[in-house]
Write a protein that binds this ligand. Structure first.
Ligand SMILES: [Zn+2]
Length: 237
C-alpha cells in the first residue's frame, strides 16, 4: 500500500550500512517512524529533503511493520531557523520535549497546527537577535501544547479551595495542575513561587495565537519563572 503524509521531520537516526530511520510528526497519523532505505549512499537524492526541521510531503510504501520512504517533496526548509544559533537551540529543545510527550501514531490536528505555527513564527523572527522573543514564543508553544493535551493549567482559581486567585503570594503545583492561593500553600511540598506577571502571561498565551506573542515584552525574571513552571509540568506528565 502507498501512503502520502505531510509532516515535520523531527529526528533521523543512522541504521545499518546506508539506511536511516526518520521520526516525523504528521498531520495524517501523528508521530511516526519510517525507514529511509539507502539514503546514506553517496548518490542518494532523498536525504536532502529529509533533514530535521523540514516540512515535507512524504510518500511511503508499507506492507507490514515500518513503512519505507519512496519519495519526499520539501514544502518549507525553515532556512532562517537553521542559520540562527539561538533559534536552532529553541527548536531542538522543543523537539526533544515534543517527541517525549507525544505518543506514537496519535493524530491531533490542533497539536499539528500549534506545532507548525510555532515553527513558522520562529522562522519569521530568526536572524535578527530576537532571543527574548524566541523564548516567549517557545514558552507560549509549550503552554498551548499542555492545554491541547489535556494538561492545561488552572490559572484563575486556587486548585485546592477554589477561591479566585489574588495576584500575590501564590505557589505553582505541577501535581495539581495549577496554582495554590496563600491560604492553601501548606498542601504543597515543592515551594515554586509564581509571580503575578507569570500568571497573567499564561492567561495571555492561552487566549492568543503564537504568532502574536512575539509582541509581548517579558522580563527575564518572568521568563525564568515560566520556564520552571513548564519544566515541572512536563516532568510531572
Ligand atoms: Zn486556596
Amino acid at each position: 500500500m502507498d501512503y502520502k503524509y505531510t509532516g515535520i521531520i523531527l529526528n533521523k537516526k543512522n541504521v545499518g550500512e546506508t539506511d536511516r530511520i526518520y521520526t516525523i510528526y504528521t498531520l495524517e497519523a501523528g508521530k511516526i517512524r519510517i525507514l529511509g532505505k539507502g539514503v546514506r549512499k553517496p548518490n542518494a537524492k532523498l536525504a536532502g529533503s529529509l533533514e530535521p526541521i523540514t516540512l515535507a510531503e512524504i510518500f511511503v510504501a508499507k506492507s507490514k511493520g515500518m513503512g519505507k520512504i519512496t519519495g519526499a517533496i520539501p514544502l518549507e526548509n525553515f532556512s532562517k531557523i537553521k542559520s540562527d544559533f539561538d533559534a536552532l537551540e529553541k527548536v531542538y529543545d522543543a523537539f526533544v520535549i515534543f517527541s517525549k510527550i507525544i505518543a506514537d501514531q496519535e493524530k491531533d490536528k490542533e497539536v499539528y497546527e500549534i506545532f507548525l505555527s510555532f515553527l513558522f513564527g520562529l522562522e519569521k523572527i530568526s536572524g535578527e537577535e530576537n532571543k527574548a522573543k524566541m523564548e516567549v514564543s517557545t514558552l507560549g508553544f509549550f503552554f498551548k501544547l499542555l492545554f491541547q493535551m489535556g494538561y492545561g493549567l488552572e490559572v484563575n482559581n486556587c486548585v485546592h479551595c477554589g477561591k479566585k486567585l489574588e495576584p500575590d503570594n501564590n505557589l505553582f503545583s505541577a501535581s495539581r495542575g495549577g496554582i495554590l492561593c496563600r491560604d492553601c500553600q501548606s498542601f504543597e511540598n515543592k515551594r515554586i513561587k509564581i509571580s503575578p506577571e507569570s500568571i497573567k502571561l499564561i492567561r495571555i498565551f492561552l487566549k492568543n495565537k503564537i504568532g502574536s506573542l512575539t509582541k509581548l515584552q517579558v522580563s527575564q525574571k518572568d521568563l525564568n519563572n515560566l520556564k520552571v513552571v513548564v519544566q515541572e509540568s512536563f516532568n510531572w506528565i
